[in-house]
Design a protein around this ligand. Structure first.
Ligand code: PEP
Ligand code: MN
Length: 343
């Protein structure tokens, strides 16, 4: 829909916009109002170049898109009835919880195995463990490929599917070949389209799930859903959207908690929402409340950092990991909130 700056386009302007949309296989239908005429674009209005050219015309105030920019992830698409099942839970039908250490310490695998057993005991459905780590400081520990064996061993011992973050094509291959069930795209890489392409192609080839975090640099929610759409365009729509806090806004929280975007996401996309309260608030003491709020807002699941002995952890664990007792209590409370919300 084209909204001109003046009450209507001049014949020359109308001819110019008609010329542009015709190049993209569309037409123009004026809608004449009492004080203003607006111009519907008839046809597929999703071509970015067409929209950019129209938005660049100095007599155009703005373009309002009526069609969703997503073909696959849209709530009204044919895929809306698609269901993702992982760890024995069909997302949307029961609370889904991922829990585990931020980072696996390859020098102390015992902690990860103990954490994995505690995560299973707590009632979580999937185990997280960071093998490769994006860091704020490049000289901090960046992970170790040997941790992949520790992760997969814990998966075998507990029977839980595992999640780890991948940051380049080599890691995508290693993780897929090792049997990692859920590939995490971290907040720092959610706009890295070449990585999304590698992941999209890899998960389409082997049936896996992607946990897509929301980038700190994402503005409108459509950017988040578009990243999921891009991964899905390679053939596998098993994508979980993961709000994890956006740029810090409140002194005291690591990031600005953004679990409240869940209902807005759900108005646009069928993709399940799995909130990460740990990176949102960044301190173990605040994580349970954030987790419960996320479920109250309608999230389908949670991704929580947990460690049997947080003070012995590396990465984020000393600050934000829940101990097993708190994790178990949080999951039990989240189930109760889930029931209230869904029933
Ligand atoms: C993580 O999951 O440990 C992590 C680094 O996440 P994020 O990309 O959300 O910061
Ligand atoms: Mn972390």
């Amino acid at each position: 829909m084209i909204l001109p700056k003046s009450s209507r386009l001049t014949p020359e302007q109308l001819s110019e916009v008609t010329g542009i949309v015709t190049e993209f296989g569309c037409g123009i239908q004026p809608i004449v109002g009492a004080v203003r005429t607006i111009y519907a674009i008839v046809g597929d209005e999703r071509d970015e170049l067409m929209i950019n050219r129209l938005e660049g015309l100095k007599y155009v105030e703005r373009i309002d898109r009526i069609q969703s920019p997503f073909k696959l992830m849209d709530r009204r698409s044919d895929l809306a009835s698609h269901r993702i099942t992982v760890g024995g839970v069909t997302l949307g039908e029961g609370l889904f919880v991922i829990a585990g250490q931020c980072t696996i310490d390859p020098k102390n695998p015992g902690y990860f195995h103990e954490t994995a057993a505690a995560v299973k005991e707590s009632g979580a459905h999937a185990l997280r463990g960071g093998v490769w780590k994006p860091r704020t400081n490049p000289y901090s520990f960046q992970g170790d490929s040997r941790s992949l064996d520790i992760l997969m061993e814990a998966s075998r011992q507990t029977g839980l599917p595992v999640v780890t973050e991948v940051m380049d094509e080599g890691q995508v291959r290693l993780a897929i070949d090792a049997g990692v069930h859920i590939l995490q795209v971290g907040a720092r890489n959610a706009l890295n389209y070449s990585l999304l392409r590698s992941i999209g192609a890899a998960v389409a080839e082997r049936d896996r799930v992607v946990l897509l975090k929301r980038s700190l640099h994402m503005g409108p929610l459509n950017e988040f859903i578009s990243a999921a759409e891009y991964i899905a365009s390679f053939g596998n729509p098993n994508i979980l959207l993961c709000p994890r806090g956006t740029a810090p806004g409140v002194d005291g929280y690591r990031n600005h908690p953004d679990e409240s975007i869940t209902p807005l996401l759900k108005e646009r996309t069928w993709a399940p929402v799995v909130v990460d309260p740990s990176h949102s608030v960044g301190r173990a003491a605040y994580v349970p409340a954030c987790a419960l709020a996320a479920i109250a807002y309608g999230a389908d699941g949670l991704c929580i950092e947990a460690h049997v002995s947080p003070s012995h952890g590396i990465g984020d664990d000393p600050k934000q990991a829940l101990t097993p007792d708190v994790l178990a209590a949080t999951i039990a409370q989240a189930r109760a909130v889930w029931k209230i919300v869904r029933e």
